[in-house]
Design a protein around this ligand. Structure first.
Ligand SMILES: *Cc1c(COP(=O)(O)O)cnc(C)c1O
Length: 429
């Protein structure tokens, strides 16, 4: 594809390319990837790495999948893109129909957008427009959990954890929202009154101003990889109904099997009023996100003032991205993904268990195809990242967390290599 050496690529990258959550500096290591197949990334210098990240929750079927590739080639020959205002197309219609069929029953309408953050913006606008249409325009604020993460655009950022989301930096630009304590009841444990007091109190005093509660069900991802009680989620749903507040579930990270259920809200057997999906939606091929809602909400918005929903991205429902999603869904549903995720959970549990006895380790936890080693202190990326690469694995820690979430297709041996690399490197910290 290119004739640049690995060295030359790295030098040019350092000079001109800004990477996620990073400074333009020569300090942090950066690795050019030239191809990826199955669970392996091939670096420009010829080295192969086993992927432990699924490219941030996305690549559930691994890379360069023949079925995915074929679906995209076919769609490309029909059309790569067409505007969505006044026009529609089969991939969008089919995808909407399938998402409605797979998600909890009350969700009947799909709004397409191009990234998770935008799907969250759309969800928040829907909630505000819903109350506005009902003559309750005083309900424009949101309540959310500490340690949450919902994206990087301004409205999404306003509901991210105030500390890790660096709210002080943007204080004049961010809408102040209501933050309640993150659930302290772990996954599998009951939720007591004490665990949910903070949410109860805020709803009690502020519900007239609150459009919706937004949270990540069961797994708080980027804000700390915390797994919490399904019971908490159940009670949160009931509280929303009691106080006349909508429930927005952000399943952008948890959706499509990662936690062991197709959607994490199934653990609590609840349905949200608004649901955000993204990341693994396209199997990691293209960027696409959706915001689903109920007939009640879509009809209320459509029949109230101003009679339309105020959002419409240029690349809305991009046909290539929709075709990728359809192929990815088909692959997922035709596979024995539940057994696969359980097999990965067992491999992660067995492989990471030795870390529990290491001094720098605060906690080891596994849920579905997510394995987390939490340390007492933040890692030093500059020294840690090359060690994982030298061990032949792609693992990207952040803060105090070293975590694995491999593609669902990973084999036993590769999974063992991943957990062994983590164990060896943590043992040596
Ligand atoms: C990644 C993520 C987002 C943001 O998605 P982008 O596609 O990066 O904009 C929002 N919410 C959750 C829970 C996420 O994990």
């Amino acid at each position: 594809m290119n004739n640049f050496s690995s060295q030359k690529l790295t030098t040019l990258d350092r000079a001109h390319v800004w990477h996620p959550y990073s400074a333009m500096d020569a300090e942090q290591p950066i690795y050019p990837v030239v191809s990826a197949t199955g669970v392996r990334l091939t670096l420009a210098d010829g080295r192969e790495l086993i992927d432990g990240m699924s490219s941030w929750w996305c690549a559930i079927h691994g890379y360069n999948h023949p079925v995915m590739n074929r679906a995209l080639q076919t769609q490309m020959e029909n059309m790569a893109h067409v505007m969505f205002g006044g026009l529609t197309h089969p991939p969008a219609i089919e995808l909407a129909q399938q998402l409605v069929a797979l998600t909890p029953e009350p969700l009947q309408t799909v709004f397409f957008s191009d990234s998770g953050s935008v799907a969250v913006e759309v969800a928040m606008k829907m909630a505000i427009q819903y109350w506005h249409a009902k003559g309750q325009s005083h309900k424009q604020r949101f309540v959310t959990l500490r340690h949450g993460y919902h994206g990087d655009t301004f409205a999404a950022m306003s509901v991210c954890d105030p500390v890790t989301g660096m709210h002080t930096l943007f204080s004049d630009m961010l809408t102040p929202q209501f933050f309640v304590d993150a659930p302290q009841c772990r996954f599998g444990e009951p939720c007591t009154d004490a665990h949910i007091t903070s949410l109860v109190k805020t709803l009690e005093t502020e519900h007239q101003h609150i459009a919706a509660l937004i949270l990540e069900p069961i797994v708080q991802g980027t804000g700390g990889m915390r797994f919490y009680s399904a019971d908490y989620l159940k009670r949160a749903r009931a509280l929303c109904d009691e106080y006349g507040v909508l429930l927005i579930l952000d399943e952008i990270a948890t959706g499509f099997g990662r936690t062991g259920k197709l959607f994490a809200c199934e653990y609590a057997d609840i349905a949200p009023d608004i649901l955000c999906l993204g990341k693994a939606l396209t199997g990691g091929y293209l960027t696409l996100a959706t915001t689903l809602t109920t007939d009640t909400i879509s009809e209320t918005i459509s029949s109230g003032e101003p009679g339309l929903f105020m959002h419409g991205p240029t690349f809305m429902a991009n046909p290539l991205a929709c075709a990728a999603s359809l192929a990815s869904l088909q692959l997922l549903l035709d596979s024995s993904w539940q057994q696969n995720v359980q097999r990965i959970a067992r491999g992660l549990e067995a492989g990471l268990a030795p870390c529990r006895s290491f001094e720098p380790v605060a906690d080891v936890r596994v849920l579905g195809a997510i394995g987390v080693v939490e340390l007492h202190r933040p890692v030093e990326m500059k020294t840690l990242q090359p060690r994982f690469v030298d061990a032949g694995v792609w693992v990207r820690p952040f803060g105090k967390l070293i975590y694995l979430m491999p593609p669902f297709i990973i084999g036993e041996h590769d999974l063992a290599t991943l957990t062994q690399a983590v164990t060896d490197i943590v043992a040596d910290l």
